[in-house]
Design a protein around this ligand. Structure first.
Ligand SMILES: [Zn+2]
Length: 167
């Protein structure tokens, strides 16, 4: 019951994930319809239910486009857990301000990158050029696509692929 279910808006835009129990509750309450099951059957005393993988809301809901929080987790995720100076892949990273804060560098997407501790130490509060370092790529605000928001669930839910692409 804890497997995740992808929730689509009435126009098929992916908007959320929820657990199986909640998804079935929404179907039973006539608020959503099954789009894909393929996970077998849930047996209850009264009847059997197909186990949903993707559901779609019957009524379109409007919601503001999600914004990404500028936090460590999202910065590391954007940078693929890779130090943006030496390219080392690591789960233990620091946040580096490309233009250092004490030089007026802002805490914004275009001025923060993931850095391993030795690169961060080497840079030591200076600007990139001063220490002869180079960024692997210019940091940007990540595009908030459905793939970015929900793509990390694809490994366990490959059937979601076609619903995520294009949004
Ligand atoms: Zn590094």
């Amino acid at each position: 019951m804890n497997r995740l279910v992808l929730v689509l808006n009435a126009n098929f835009e992916p908007i959320n994930v929820c657990n199986t129990r909640r998804a079935i509750g929404m179907i039973l309450a006539d608020r959503a319809s099954l789009v894909i099951n393929g996970r077998g059957i849930i047996h209850s005393i009264y009847r059997d239910y197909p186990r949903p993988s993707v559901i779609r809301l019957d009524q379109m809901i409007s919601r503001p486009r999600p914004r990404l929080l500028l936090n460590r987790r999202e910065i590391f995720r954007r940078d693929n857990y890779t130090c943006q100076y030496c390219g080392k892949h690591s789960m233990i990273l620091t946040i580096d301000h490309v233009i250092p804060k004490h030089r007026g560098g802002a805490h914004i997407w275009t001025n923060v990158v993931a850095a391993c501790s030795s690169c961060n130490h080497h840079k030591g509060g200076k600007a990139v050029e001063e220490v002869g370092m180079r960024l692997m790529r210019q940091p940007k605000e990540p595009p908030i696509t459905a793939m970015y928001l929900f793509g990390h669930h694809l490994q366990e839910n490959q059937e979601w692929q076609e619903f995520l692409s294009g949004w």
